[in-house]
Design a binder for this molecule. Structure first.
Ligand code: 2M8
Length: 433
């Protein structure tokens, strides 16, 4: 099956970015700021790449899976050691190859949100004839099952059937206001020198602060020093995040489809998806009308309205969907008439329209909200967001994130998931299902 036609200029420009960032076996998130392979970036990238070359999209995911650990975890970053000076913390910080359960390729010990099985299924669907020829699904299925098993066995630290993240980086939303209270307990004095090569590529005002970086390094050191073993040592940061767990549930539904396609039993995956969807109810905040994070260490809910709390809309059969739809369309988010979905409640006192995960609109999160709106029959709103996302991506050279109202670009440019997801929305079967 050949890829469907996509809107001319945008498709050409997006493919240009993906080609420029392609290393031959995976795609860099951005050539300067992010010089290695990132986990959830690669899954979003594969969702766009499938329209250009399903084989390349398969390769993207399979290269990432080469970094999988024996315990099933898919690491946050798979390092290119030739560029170890260009990003910190690098391979020399993690020393993962000295850990028995880690692979021979250097990686971080942390993880990122589990959108991979969802991406694998979308990649397969883009070319259902060629995919079996390469045995794509039978090859990735056991690895994706092991990944989800890792989450279920090693990361259900709260005992409520949800996975916890042990570091803000694991959420993908590094300095989200959801982590502020928990981070207040974390020292900002790591042993390791805090290097900031990221500041060569983005202004400090658009990146986490020095103090936040101190805490990130401190937490990373603690985890590294216990050989990234989840079952030993104490956690200083342990949070249940709505988007992380919603992506896990969505990916379980995709694992069910994959299982069915290769003659395996889909039922356990459907059961787990339903259990996760039900368990998310424990993060629901009735008053705010969305999901919030739980601090597992002091067993409190962090009652802040962030985009993470509306992403569970990607789940069919979400009982809270009517209220969450009202919230995302209301004054805290789309009711303020932004061009894309702000990452944080625009009515909050500490909302910042240009500061990383504390207000700006992100292309991956807006793409997830578009999918959520379509899942619950809100096509008109999804169409409007999709049009804005595509226009802003092209106009500003595929920025990392934008001011929600003006669309002013921030962070790095020629950012891969922005290109991939804009490309996905520009294709017929990317935006409508
Ligand atoms: C950002 O996170 C990295 C650490 O993983 C960083 O700030 O250096 C986040 O936006 C994250 O979601 C993303 O996966 C990563 C690479 O694009 O960059």
């Amino acid at each position: 099956m050949s890829a469907p036609p996509v809107a001319g200029d945008l498709a050409a420009a997006a493919i240009g970015v993906l080609d420029a960032n392609w290393t031959g076996s995976y795609t860099l998130p951005a050539t300067g700021l992010y010089p290695h392979q990132w986990s959830w970036d690669s899954a979003f990238i594969a969702i766009g790449l499938r329209h250009v070359s399903p084989e390349r999209a398969q390769r993207e995911l399979e290269t990432l899976l080469m970094g999988q650990w024996a315990d099933g975890r898919i690491p946050q970053i798979v390092y290119d050691v030739s560029r170890d000076e260009d990003y910190s913390p690098g391979a020399s910080f993690w020393r993962s190859t000295q850990i028995p359960s880690a692979p021979s390729i250097p990686t971080t010990g942390l993880i990122q949100p589990p959108n991979h099985a969802w991406a694998a299924w979308e990649v397969h669907r883009a070319d259902p004839a060629a995919s079996p020829a390469r045995d794509f699904l039978p090859r990735v299925y056991p690895r994706l099952v092991a990944w989800h098993e890792y989450l279920g066995t090693r990361r259900d630290r709260g005992g409520r059937g949800l996975a916890s993240v042990v570091h803000p980086w694991e959420s993908g939303m590094d300095n989200s206001p959801l982590w502020d209270k928990a981070l207040a307990r974390v020292p900002s004095t790591p042993q390791h020198e805090i290097l900031r090569p990221d500041l060569l590529h983005a202004d400090l005002s658009e990146r986490p602060s020095e103090k936040e970086y101190g805490k990130y390094f401190w937490l990373a050191e603690q985890y590294r020093d216990r050989e990234c073993d989840d079952l030993r040592g104490e956690d200083s940061f342990l949070m249940e995040d709505p988007t992380f767990n919603a992506l896990w549930a969505r990916s379980e539904l995709s694992l069910a489809s994959i299982a069915e396609a290769i003659g395996r039993d889909p039922a356990p995956h459907r059961v787990r998806a339903a259990e996760l969807t039900a368990a998310l109810g424990g993060l629901y905040d009735e008053e705010l009308g969305l999901f919030v994070a739980r601090d597992v260490i002091d067993d409190t809910l962090v009652r802040k309205a962030t985009i993470s709390g509306v992403v569970p809309l990607i789940l069919p059969g979400l009982s809270q969907a009517p209220a969450v739809l009202r919230t995302v369309l209301g004054p805290r988010f789309l009711g303020s008439r932004p061009l894309m979905v702000p990452s944080y409640d625009v009515t909050a006192e500490d909302f910042q329209p240009a500061q990383y995960w504390r207000g700006p609109a992100w292309f991956n999160m807006t793409w997830l909200v578009i999918r959520g709106l379509r899942t619950h029959g809100r096509d008109a709103e999804a169409d409007a967001l999709s049009a804005n996302l595509r226009a802003l991506a092209l106009e500003h050279r595929f920025p990392e994130y934008v001011d929600p109202w003006t669309g002013a670009p921030h962070g790095t440019r020629n950012f891969s998931w922005t290109a991939a997801l804009a490309l996905d929305l520009a294709t017929f079967h990317g935006d409508r299902r």
